[in-house]
Design a protein around this ligand. Structure first.
Ligand SMILES: *Cc1c(COP(=O)(O)O)cnc(C)c1O
Ligand code: SF4
Length: 324
């Protein structure tokens, strides 16, 4: 049986002409075919419905629109900015943080975000297959410093519930693991993904469930997203959000303050505000460190402490995020 979320996932907008038609924009002026060849256009319809028609500067549109500046080579930017290939001991697994282990449970995403640090990541080499997952479980069993397992990707919730349910069962049987965390953009871009079936494997083991959504702008949060976060909360999930600081999208105090407030209204707490990773093709999204610090300081005057995200940056080889 195909569920609603699977239908939405197979019915993404991938044709720039269709996107521009829906938004009443002139396709040739805005879209770069080279950029699409490099990293395809991919965006769920629900996300597009939150964009403003006729506005090429729409903050949601800019997150997904393939444009010519992506093709500029910028020094200091690379294909694998976090050197994740070095922390990839067996396929499907990234062990780069102390006590926490990332599992790449899905190579795909529902949306292709132009700033993504994984736009060049070799996902296909990382599909572990059924036997591979046994090796992953084995790895976790042998290392009792691992107390938290994080489902990552791609977007882990693109994977099907039966696969995630069986993997979660195995992880729950490892005594030293106490927390299961999911990092996903699906509650934002395809909120119907938060189904009873998902909640059942996620919340009905002894593992403490945490979910980190990924919204960058307050316009991303509509009543469907709010309802999805409510379902998670009612099932006992702790819901946090992380954002990336992006030039021309959320680099103003009012926008970030509004994002924090909107998240809180929805039932999620702002967790991280990331500096952009230096991935080739995304340099036009970069906000300089000094400006970022100033933004956070000004936000701190307008928000309670619990709505102020931590400004962080990832450095290759360092065992945690670095505060900026
Ligand atoms: C930072 C990050 C983590 C780990 O986060 P901590 O909260 O610092 O443990 C996991 N997954 C993704 C995608 C991240 O960006
Ligand atoms: S991994 Fe996250 S940021 Fe990157 S393309 Fe997928 S959803 Fe977007």
């Amino acid at each position: 049986m195909t569920t609603d979320w699977q239908k939405s996932l197979s019915n993404l907008i991938t044709d720039p002409k269709e996107l521009c038609h829906l938004l009443e924009l002139d396709v040739d002026t805005f879209i770069s075919q080279h950029a699409i060849n490099e990293f395809p256009l991919r965006v769920p319809r629900r996300f597009v419905s939150r964009m403003e028609k006729g506005n090429p500067q729409d903050p949601l549109l800019k997150q997904v629109l393939p444009i010519a500046p992506e093709m500029q080579l910028t020094s200091g930017y690379s294909q694998d900015p976090l050197e994740e290939n070095n922390a990839n001991p067996i396929p499907g697994l990234l062990h780069k943080y102390h006590g926490r282990l990332l599992l790449l449970v899905s190579g795909g995403c529902a949306i292709n975000c132009r700033y993504c640090f994984r736009r060049h990541f070799p996902y296909n080499e990382n599909a572990p297959g059924t036997q591979g997952w046994d090796r992953v479980i084995d790895y976790i069993q042998k290392d009792n410093s691992i107390s938290e397992v994080i489902y990552s990707g791609g977007d882990p919730l693109v994977a099907k519930d039966d696969m995630l349910a069986s993997l979660t069962q195995k992880i729950a049987s490892i005594p030293h693991v106490s927390t299961l965390r999911i990092h996903t953009r699906l509650p934002i871009v395809i909120p119907e993904r938060i189904t009873a079936s998902l909640l059942s494997w996620f919340t009905q083991t002894r593992l403490r469930p945490v979910l980190v959504t990924h919204a960058n702008h307050p316009n991303e949060i509509d009543h469907h997203v709010m309802a999805a976060i409510q379902r998670l909360r009612q099932a006992g999930v702790i819901v946090l959000n992380q954002s990336v600081l992006l030039r021309g999208i959320n680099d103003e105090v009012e926008t970030l303050v509004h994002l924090s407030q909107k998240l809180f209204e929805a039932g999620a707490l702002p967790y991280y505000l990331h500096m952009l990773d230096s991935v080739q093709g995304a340099a036009h999204f970069a906000v300089p460190v000094e400006e970022a610090k100033k933004l956070i300081l000004e936000m701190s005057f307008k928000l309670p402490g619990y709505l102020l995200p931590k400004l962080v940056r990832e450095k290759p080889g360092v065992l945690a995020k670095c505060p900026v």
